[in-house]
Design a protein around this ligand. Structure first.
Ligand code: AMP
Ligand code: MG
Length: 290
């Protein structure tokens, strides 16, 4: 896969790692967060690299998820003393499994709301629209203190996804947003938060199946909205902006992780693993800016 991309983009420096377990990590070495946006850069099709063949059987899943949840709990309990915190951002198309993955984190941390917070993110309200876009993520205890974890069910990456796809702002706004996001994440890392951004990737067919399930099930019907249908019509636009986002905002200090998500069991375990790895790496080798 890497070779294919290098052939397609002469001079392309592999800025990603495709692990055997299907996890794709995109983290370009960004030396200067003020590096200008360049519209002429050819953006690799990262999404085409996702392998959707992974799955986990029920027994295997139960064993693996219990192990990863326990590991998460142990790691998180060390954070306060180490003066660290964790910020997880889930993105992905509608019905990709963002809430299911969030649930496993909540479970792993034993519903301990003293250290855990889940922040659902929708369109900004009138007041927020009159403020710098990124401010809303810092208000109302949304960011963690030392020893704490916050899970964003969608987050600031929406400013470079739904916003350009639905043409909610100008092109210049979006181009600037990449640098704003890189700066914000840099500030978060400097203040000792591990930032784990996860894109849960499902195929178009799988999404259709999940939409149908949601519509057929009275308990899930609230999860299906008109906006889901509209977003589905813009599938390819989302892919294009998703690849751009991963290129511009997949940094070495706040990488993007892409998780194959057609199989819910597989993806939940893969998310926990990515998070646990990111925390362990940070404990072993803390981020330093000087
Ligand atoms: P859900 O995640 O299904 O609860 O839906 C939240 C909705 O809010 C999605 O349709 C998002 O695309 C939308 N949304 C999130 N952030 C923004 C934003 N910055 N501007 C506009 N819409 C947003
Ligand atoms: Mg939704």
């Amino acid at each position: 896969m890497t070779k294919k991309l290098i052939r397609a983009f002469p001079g392309f420096q592999p800025d990603f790692k495709l692990a055997d377990e299907g996890l794709l990590k995109i983290g370009r070495a960004v030396k200067n967060i003020a590096a200008p946006y360049d519209s002429k850069v050819e953006i690799p099709d990262y999404l085409s690299l996702v392998n959707h063949d992974f799955s986990l059987g029920k027994k295997e899943y139960e064993k693996a998820v219990a192990k990863e949840e326990a590991e998460l709990s142990l790691l998180v309990r060390r954070l306060k003393e180490l003066k660290m915190s964790v910020i997880i951002v889930f993105q992905g198309r509608d019905a990709a499994g963002k809430s299911g993955a969030t649930k496993r984190i909540v479970e792993g941390l034993d519903w301990d709301w003293r250290i855990l917070g889940v922040v659902p993110v929708g369109a900004p309200n009138e007041e927020e629209r009159n403020q710098p876009y990124l401010l809303r993520f810092f208000e109302k205890d949304r960011m963690p203190g030392f020893g704490e974890v916050r899970v964003f069910d969608r987050g600031w990456p929406e400013d470079v996804l739904v916003v350009p796809v639905m043409k909610l702002a100008s092109k210049v706004h979006v181009e600037n947003s990449y640098a704003e996001i890189n700066s914000m994440e840099w500030l978060l890392r400097r203040s000792r938060s591990v930032v784990v951004k996860i894109w849960l990737d499902i195929t178009k067919d799988e999404q259709k199946k999940r939409f149908d399930d949601r519509q057929a099930d009275p308990q899930k019907r609230h999860k299906y909205q008109e906006s889901d249908r509209i977003a589905r019509e813009k599938w390819d636009d989302y892919s294009m902006w998703g690849n751009r986002m991963m290129y511009w905002n997949g940094t070495d200090y706040a990488p993007w992780y892409m998780v194959p998500a057609n199989d819910k069991r597989f993806s939940r375990v893969a998310c926990l693993r990515a998070i646990n790895n990111a925390i362990s790496e940070e404990i072993k080798n803390p981020f330093r800016t000087i």
